[in-house]
Design a protein around this ligand. Structure first.
Ligand code: SF4
Length: 428
């Protein structure tokens, strides 16, 4: 494992101390993203080219689906492949052919790279090109890496969406109409709520990335204004900007305040009058505030410590401190994207202790010393911390549960109130 180093430097405006660490980390790999991505693009299939370990990870993260036809699988690289005794490309082509014959509903196939496929230097980009040639027009084959080397689990979604960007068509005309692209996988119910609000606000045309079906990929060009719905999509943002799209800067749509600021940034880009914005959003804002208020008593004044895992930590910390009165002890995040998070930093309490990267032993020492009321962390740390008497929240649940938007603001708060209530009951 890498050596450790730590340095502390402040983030300007507002000033915030940042601990930067590189050492042993406790994170899941990018394959995990398949668990929520396969539900989003309904005619896509994710074929992991990996080991039995990769297959176990996906199956245990997704739960075993006995009755459904799953939309993901693992093509196992075995000892013969690793020893160079078999032609892995031939085997892969054979497996893909078999899969596509059995599943004619598949229109988009992702070959997902893993640590083993990278170790044997299997060129999945070339394999995807070769297979696309063979299976077009029925099936397009793309590839991305979900490997665990130097990544964190939400990067799988970023890599997957970035792989889709080159497939997005150009607008029909150079002087196209301004359009909105919402970037980041959202639960269908959340997407429908946002669509309805955009319609009432008279903002459009609106598309989402990823789309629900692979043939619904939006056109992208200089008239595209995109907004991130998730804070971990730096590669996708970069790819969209290469196509001329411009980002609308905003906090992320978590909590009543975050959702309002996110929608307002879009509304301002479309020059929607404030009065109209207020009128359209007011009922949902009121509902969100009421739902959140329900959890203030349980969470106000409680001290929270975030280990770096999902990359949602900074927007969540902002919501929990500003809307629920929680006290932030340390907000760890695997990576700090200063540009995409600038509006979030502006809302965090001054002098919030941020940490970027991880040296897990040192961070555990800080956590134990602080004795927070609740710790947000990955599955690997949750059990030992619980055994030490700390209350934990699994960060991966924040990806599996719809938490964005007004109608989910209460559910998001509930995710943090529940472990505290459970701990109280156990103590009685
Ligand atoms: Fe493990 Fe790497 Fe496979 Fe992820 S991609 S399950 S880290 S071997």
């Amino acid at each position: 494992m890498a050596g450790t180093s730590a340095l502390s430097m402040p983030l300007e405006k507002p000033r915030m101390p940042v601990i930067r660490e590189r050492g042993q980390r406790e994170v899941f790999c990018g394959l995990t993203g398949i668990v929520w991505m396969h539900r989003k693009i309904q005619d896509a299939f994710f074929l992991v080219v990996g080991s039995r370990t990769c297959a176990h990870l996906i199956q245990s993260a997704a739960g075993v689906m006995i009755f459904a036809e799953p939309r993901f699988a693992t093509a196992i690289i075995d000892e013969r492949d690793l020893a160079g005794l078999a032609d892995v490309n031939e085997e892969l082509d054979r497996e893909v052919t078999r899969l596509l014959q059995r599943r004619p509903d598949i229109r988009l196939l992702f070959l997902v790279g893993s640590c083993p496929s990278e170790v044997i230097k299997l060129d999945l980009g070339r394999a995807a090109e070769r297979l696309t040639e063979r299976f077009l027009p029925d099936v397009r084959v793309l590839n991305y890496s979900g490997s665990g080397i130097e990544t964190t689990f939400t990067q799988g979604e970023d890599a997957c969406l970035a792989a889709l960007v080159p497939e997005m068509p150009k607008p029909a005309t150079v002087e196209g109409k301004r359009s909105l692209l919402v970037v980041g996988a959202l639960a269908d119910v959340v997407e429908d709520q946002f669509r309805s609000l955009f319609e009432q606000l008279e903002i459009g045309p609106v598309d989402f990335l990823p789309p629900r079906r692979s043939n619904e990929l939006a056109a992208v060009g200089p008239e595209t204004r995109y907004i991130l719905a998730q804070p971990f999509l730096s590669d996708t943002a970069h790819a969209l900007e290469e196509r001329g799209a411009r980002r609308i800067a905003a906090p992320f749509p978590l909590g009543e305040e975050g959702t309002t600021a996110w929608l307002k940034a879009i509304a301002d880009e479309w020059n929607i009058p404030s009065v109209h914005f207020e009128r359209v959003t007011k009922p949902a804002r009121t509902r969100a505030k009421t739902a959140i208020r329900h959890y203030v008593e349980a969470l106000e004044g409680k001290r929270i410590f975030f280990f770096p895992d999902s990359q949602l930590e900074i927007p969540l910390a902002r919501m929990l401190s500003r809307e629920l009165g929680m006290e932030l002890i340390e907000v760890g995040t695997p990576y700090l994207h200063r540009e995409h998070l600038a509006e979030e930093f502006a809302l965090l309490p001054e002098n919030t202790q941020i940490s970027e990267g991880q040296d897990v032993e040192k961070q555990l020492d800080r956590c134990h010393a602080a004795q927070p009321d609740i710790v947000v962390c990955g599955l690997g740390l949750a059990n030992p911390l619980e055994a030490d008497g700390l209350t934990t929240k699994w960060s991966i649940e924040l990806l599996f549960t719809p938490i964005q938007g007004y109608e989910q603001a209460g559910d998001c708060a509930a995710l943090f109130a529940r472990p505290l209530a459970r701990r109280r009951k156990l103590e009685v």
